[in-house]
Design a protein around this ligand. Structure first.
Ligand code: 5GP
Ligand code: MG
Ligand code: MG
Length: 181
């Protein structure tokens, strides 16, 4: 495991994002929409840095039965913690932009809520992995194409509690045992 972004670096990055978000949304009706589960630590820190008023919503992904059995298909659940977002400026908050499929699937789903705008903020963006023509509007850090954990992000349910972000090598992932955590 190798530390990529330590606590101080993360704090500076979230501060920077909060400033950019405030500049963009000051005087507007903003609702942050966190994508569960990986974004919760980032969302909580961002919330404490923002000094403008905002609403908060949470949405979750679920495994959908698709023909090709592709996992992670994202839908906005009826039981999501979604307050009224009609006429509001939605800012989707996610931990990491990888292929972009998540945002690609999520953004059009806000149309039916009659929102004023939909944009996105991610803490991390992996280089060279994008597969869709939609990119995040606010990015904390660009990272290489490695698997990362910590600061809310997991590997098989572990490491979400790390206060920093670290990369796991393919070997570490292959050798993962519960007592390694
Ligand atoms: P995308 O839809 O952009 O391909 O993937 C975004 C989602 O995939 C992230 O929100 C996250 O849940 C998961 N993901 C992608 N790369 C990583 C990674 O390196 N580590 C972890 N823990 N999750 C990842
Ligand atoms: Mg995610
Ligand atoms: Mg995960």
């Amino acid at each position: 495991m190798q530390v990529l972004l330590d606590e101080n670096t993360l704090r500076e990055g979230v501060d920077r994002l909060a400033q950019q978000i405030e500049e963009r949304y000051r005087g507007k009706k903003l609702t942050l929409v966190g994508v569960l589960l990986g974004s919760v630590v980032f969302l909580a820190d961002l919330m404490r840095r923002l000094t403008i008023p905002y609403g908060v919503a949470m949405i979750s992904s679920r495994q959908m039965a698709t023909e090709d059995n592709r996992p992670g298909h994202l839908v906005i659940h009826a039981d999501s913690l979604m307050p009224e977002v009609k006429g509001r400026h939605v800012l989707i908050i996610d931990d990491i932009y990888d292929t972009g499929e998540t945002l690609w699937e999520l953004i059009p789903q806000f149309d039916e809520f009659n929102v004023s705008s939909v944009h996105s903020a991610v803490l991390l963006r992996k280089k060279g992995r994008q597969r869709v023509p939609v990119a995040p509007d606010f990015v904390g850090f660009e990272i290489p194409d490695v698997y990362v954990v910590g600061y809310g992000m997991d590997y098989r349910g572990y490491y979400r509690n790390l206060p920093y972000i670290a990369s796991l090598s393919p070997e570490e992932m292959a050798n993962f045992r519960e007592n390694d955590r």
